[in-house]
Design a binder for this molecule. Sequence first.
Ligand SMILES: Cc1cc2nc3c(=O)[nH]c(=O)nc-3n(C[C@H](O)[C@H](O)[C@H](O)COP(=O)(O)OP(=O)(O)OC[C@H]3O[C@@H](n4cnc5c(N)ncnc54)[C@H](O)[C@@H]3O)c2cc1C
Length: 711
Amino acid sequence: MTRARIALLLLIAAAAAAFYAFDGHQLLRPENLRDVLARVQAHHQSSPLQTGLIFFVVYVAVTGLSLPGAAVMTLVGGAIFGLLWGTVIVSFASTFGATLAFLAARFLLRDWVQARFGEKLKPINEGIAREGALYLFALRLVPAFPFFAVNLLMGLTPIRTATYFWVSQVGMLAGTVAYVYAGAKLGEFQLSAGLLAAFAVVGLLPLIAKKILDLVKARRVYARWTKPARFDRNLVVIGAGSAGLVSAYIAAAIKAKVTLVEKHRMGGDCLYTGCVPSKALLRSAKFVSQARKAKDLGIRTASIEFDFADVMERVQRVIRTIEPHDSIGRYTELGVECVQGEARIVSPWEVEVRTEGGETLRLTTRSIVIAAGARPFVPPIPGIEQMDCLTSDTVWGLRERPARLLVLGGGPIGSELAQAFARLGSQVTQVEMLPRILPREDPEVSEMLRARFAEEGIAVLAGHKAKWFLLENGRKTLVCEHEGRDVRVEFDTLLCAVGRVANTAGYGLEELGIPVTKGRTVETDEFLRTVYPNIYACGDVAGPYQFTHTASHQAWYASVNALLGGLKKFRADYSVIPWATFTDPEVARVGLSETEAKEQGIPYEVSVYGIDDLDRAIADEAAHGMVKVLTAPGSDRILGATIVGEHAGDLVAEYVAAMRHGFGMNKILGTIHIYPTLAEANKYAAGVWKKAHAPQWALRLAESFHAWRRG
Ligand SMILES: Cc1cc2nc3c(=O)[nH]c(=O)nc-3n(C[C@H](O)[C@H](O)[C@H](O)COP(=O)(O)OP(=O)(O)OC[C@H]3O[C@@H](n4cnc5c(N)ncnc54)[C@H](O)[C@@H]3O)c2cc1C
């Protein structure tokens, strides 16, 4: 530390020590305030200029040294000098004091902090360089942010001193006026409507700050665009998958004029390449698997014969059966204008559509919902381009069963498809880089699935990192790394299921400057707004979840906020999000897993009920799996539930309802569940919880009571 820094530090310490030594802090205590006020007011009457100057200097010293009392001094300023002069004196004194504290922090600590934490502070530094004035303005407007903390922390950032000074001066003005006014009224020692209004203004400042910030930000993003005088539509929705269909439907239901643009097929991924085909395929595969286990059900033999192509055709039949639900006809009837073509956002209020017929339409609209979905991610592993890699987009075109299928990816999609193909007769190897499949779930859940996969002949290579692919004399090989050595896997067909990336390119986001997140989804706020307050995003394109039900859930918020946000906006609620992986056994979850609770340091208790004990599961030859519930310690409040077993995705609904509507294990236990059903597993899990929480003293008392009754 340089001498100058040591000297400054000593000076600050000495001044602070003097403040306390001479009882400076006592003067500002409420019980002493009336006395102090009376003395200063008397001095003010005889020499107002001198009093004003002394007050100014003391105020600057207190705030410059970051001593406590700035708020009380502001009230005192109002009481002594009145609204006008009080505001002038306090406003300048507080800005000077704040700037002194800012400069002191900068001089003493900034170089050290930036040298030590520079890398971590990079995003903050960049944010400050871009929008420092705006951040500071927001902090200044909200009196809840401690004045001294803002001064000291801002000193550590790269914001310019001049910017800091004027933004502080302007930003603190509203709060200063309200406090000085309150002080002036307090000086009269009476409760008046004006005084109450002053406190109300202080309370409202955060809201006002937020509104002003929103307006400033909006003005900035819209500055380079010309807004049409009128709009042909209230809403244009881009993409007719799960998110887009629901957005458009909601808009039409509340009588808005809405256009839904789809470049490919109404229904999107879920209908054609996602949920529907995968569940249809799994159903056929399950039948084959059950037939193979006929003996378990007391059937000596059950021979099955099938053609893989017929199974894949059935998948298409299922799609065709569901297709009308998402069709142009149905949505037109519901009041949605459907346009087939590729949409491109050309301004915040205009969408250009290249129709299938080659026509170009320009639609003007008040708001836009982006629901452009996601696509499979194919990792750039050397040699993969020679493998004719299948993905969840293309696998449905297969009509010939792959003899040896390599599934890359141990997540839900990879696991579902690996099991389906294995049951339909492919020899399947599943490769996952992480130590286990379904890595988002608890380890014992992954293990249950791995064990079943092993039983069914699937080679699960977890902890294997794909390094490169080789094509030698028509033979395909993957070389992966496992515990430091190379492992070679030969295969005929590769199916890549390592994740999905949002569609963010090619339809105007870059040109409009709509940012994407690190996870490559469209960046939205809690209302699902992009950086343009009239452009929203939902579904896979926005994340963070990639499910049909979350896409529809978000679509409601996006649509309602886009159409009625001026009146009332709704924050997207992600508090209770369930999901399921439709393998056999199924895995379903809502809320926290045990692993997450540990990672987040959330205290919990666990109740586990083994489904191997459930009458109906035994009768169905499905006696496996568990219901695992996390509760808050000492309470029946549910933090999360994981179910593994037959129809887990259906069973978890009871826990979803409990978490959503705030009822706990006691209520689940007190609900009649039909015997014999799988749903009883939920009640028995609640029973496990209850048993562990039964009051032992009451049971002992009951035991004594019954003994006494027996005589
Ligand atoms: C194999 C698989 C199985 C799955 N299983 C399940 C499951 O069991 N349960 C579940 O909840 N989820 C499941 N999902 C996930 C689910 O399919 C997605 O989360 C859901 O489809 C996302 O809907 P979306 O509307 O956001 O996107 P999408 O359905 O992808 O729709 C986006 C639409 O936008 C269109 N589009 C894009 N750009 C433009 C443009 N510029 N102009 C016009 N149109 C455009 C696209 O053509 C597409 O139709 C599965 C996914 C896969 C791949």
